[in-house]
Design a protein around this ligand. Structure first.
Ligand code: HEM
Ligand code: 2DC
Length: 469
């Protein structure tokens, strides 16, 4: 017999009291750990209300499958009101990230062809490969300059530049030059704005941005300034390409990039293209760079595994005879390492959908329209889901054991991450080049954990040492 919605365990009766307790626990930064604790207290399903934000939370892969089967034709995730409020405030169009319904679908279908289809991925490989080579050359230079035959540093700023250079080269078909000695202050400002934008978003998940705006709160003003910086830099890049395209009359040359392809295709309005390309540019920086930083950290902690990966890359290089695309098909362990990183250190603490239809999960009835969250961070660390979850073990993704709804770092289905193929290719090529050139080591005795700033970030600097092979 199915139990009613109101009997789901959890604290959902008084949002304001819960918000106060959440704040006392420093919940704005501990969301992932609080979710984990809630699953320990309440079991595999609980209901929650913090401030105005109400949801049902689940953790099992089998329940995730039920959730995604009920996402409907127009899957809708949690509305991040801070992001829509900014666009409404500045009168800017929503891109694919923020659109919903038929408007989302029609845009997404066209973007899929230019951003995520296997056909275009081939075009990205040479562009991203070049950025990877330049990154390695830059590290070699830093090592030379150090005079110690090694370089010890917090790589995060370097990785932000690598990620922005990578995503820009794919979007605009040309290089920004961020890996040169001179760094354009505008590009650095863009990077800083993205970090600030994420950081200022998290309190506004629980306190309505409209209210914060009315009282002139600092967090809202900082958020607006951050998006202003993001949009002005993206506008500059987009305008540049637009102008070039109108002047260019010559025969079509090599692959021109995502933006030019969309403009020439002429199926989306220029305003729609601008909105989504801006989101792609902003979404392409902290996500991949932090995932790569965590991966290097794990490889530094597991030297034997690092050698195994190096051997796989060397063999793939030899067998593919200079064909990079071919090489990417021969590195299953490198791909497993990236999955393993996203299992233990997911960018997104949860996946969410508003239900399109009623469902039953854990024998509870959940009505259509409810916001259901899959606790991705909690699932990745659950011993009932992953054998010895605390161990970083890329080979677990090779075995034939079931991976059913277990690899969800990029989300699922038609609403999954639009940047997924770019991100995967960019990260795989990065690891290939790094493994071919350097040994990664770390300081002893530093345990790094996650902190929530909308996306999950390392809670302290990760200091690594790179040594030429
Ligand atoms: C959406 C993760 C990199 C652009 C998402 C979602 C997740 C995610 C979990 C929500 C999916 C869902 O609700 O099912 C990641 C991870 C990344 C990454 C783990 C890298 C390690 C990128 C990059 C870009 C990007 C590089 C841009 C080039 C987007 C966009 C959406 C999205 C535009 C919204 C798609 C839509 O609503 O239709 N990402 N992402 N992401 N991501 Fe990523
Ligand atoms: C944050 O409780 C925690 O990929 C909330 O590239 C629920 C939630 C909703 C939407 C998620 C967000 C979380 C984390 C960051 C995500 C976002 C959807 C897209 C975004 C996962 C889990 C991200 C990082 C995009 C960002 C693109 C943007 C900067 C233009």
């Amino acid at each position: 017999i199915v139990r009613p919605f109101t009997e789901i365990p959890g604290l959902w009766k008084n949002g304001v009291v819960n918000l106060y307790n959440f704040w006392k626990l420093d919940g704005f930064r501990n969301l992932h750990r609080i979710m984990l604790q809630n699953f320990n207290t309440f079991g595999p399903i609980y209901r929650e209300k913090i401030g105005y934000y109400e949801s049902v939370n689940i953790i099992n892969p089998e329940d995730a499958a039920i959730l995604f089967k009920a996402e409907g034709h127009y899957p809708k995730r949690l509305k991040v009101e801070a992001w829509t409020a900014y666009r409404d405030y500045r009168n800017r169009k929503y891109g694919v990230l923020l659109k919903n319904g038929e408007d989302w679908r029609s845009n997404r279908v066209i973007l899929n062809k230019e951003v995520i289809s296997p056909k275009v991925q081939e075009n990205f490989v040479p562009l991203l490969d070049e950025v990877g080579q330049d990154f390695v050359a830059r590290v070699h230079k830093k090592i030379k300059r150090s005079g110690q035959n090694k370089w010890t540093t917090d790589l995060s700023q370097e990785l932000f530049k690598y990620a922005l250079e990578s995503v820009s080269s794919v979007l605009y078909g040309e290089r920004l030059g961020l890996l040169l000695d001179y760094i354009d202050p505008e590009a650095q400002h863009f990077i800083d704005c993205i970090t600030l934008m994420f950081k200022t978003t998290s309190p506004m998940l629980y306190i309505p941005p409209g209210l914060l705006r009315q009282i002139g709160a600092k967090v809202w003003r900082d958020h607006v300034a951050a998006w202003d910086g993001i949009f002005s830099q993206a506008d500059r890049c987009i305008h540049n390409i637009y102008r070039q395209l109108r002047q260019d009359t010559g025969a079509p040359k090599k692959y021109p990039g995502v933006l030019a392809s969309l403009l020439m295709l002429d199926k989306l309005s220029i305003e729609d293209i601008k909105a989504s390309v801006t989101e792609l540019m902003a979404g392409g920086v902290d996500t991949t760079s932090i995932t790569l930083l965590w991966t290097l950290y794990e490889l530094a902690r597991h030297p034997n595994l690092q050698e195994e990966l190096r051997a796989e890359v060397a063999a793939a290089r030899a067998e593919s005879q200079g064909d990079t695309l071919e090489m990417l098909k021969r590195i299953p362990l490198v791909k497993g390492a990236l999955k393993e990183t996203l299992r233990l250190h997911p960018v997104a603490v949860s996946l969410q959908r508003y239900l399109a239809e009623d469902i039953v999960i854990q024998n509870y009835h959940i009505p259509a329209g409810t916001l259901v969250q899959l606790g991705l961070y909690a699932m990745g660390r659950d011993p009932k889901v992953f054998f010895r979850p605390e161990q970083y073990q890329p080979s677990r993704w090779l075995r034939t054991e079931t991976h059913y709804f277990r690899s969800l770092g990029f989300g699922f289905g038609p609403r999954q991450c639009l940047g997924r193929r770019i991100a995967e290719t960019e990260m795989q090529l990065f690891l290939i080049h790094m493994l071919e050139n350097f040994r990664v080591e770390k300081q002893r005795h530093v345990e790094v954990q996650s902190t929530f700033e909308l996306i999950l970030l390392p809670d302290k600097p990760i200091i690594l040492t790179l040594k030429p092979l």
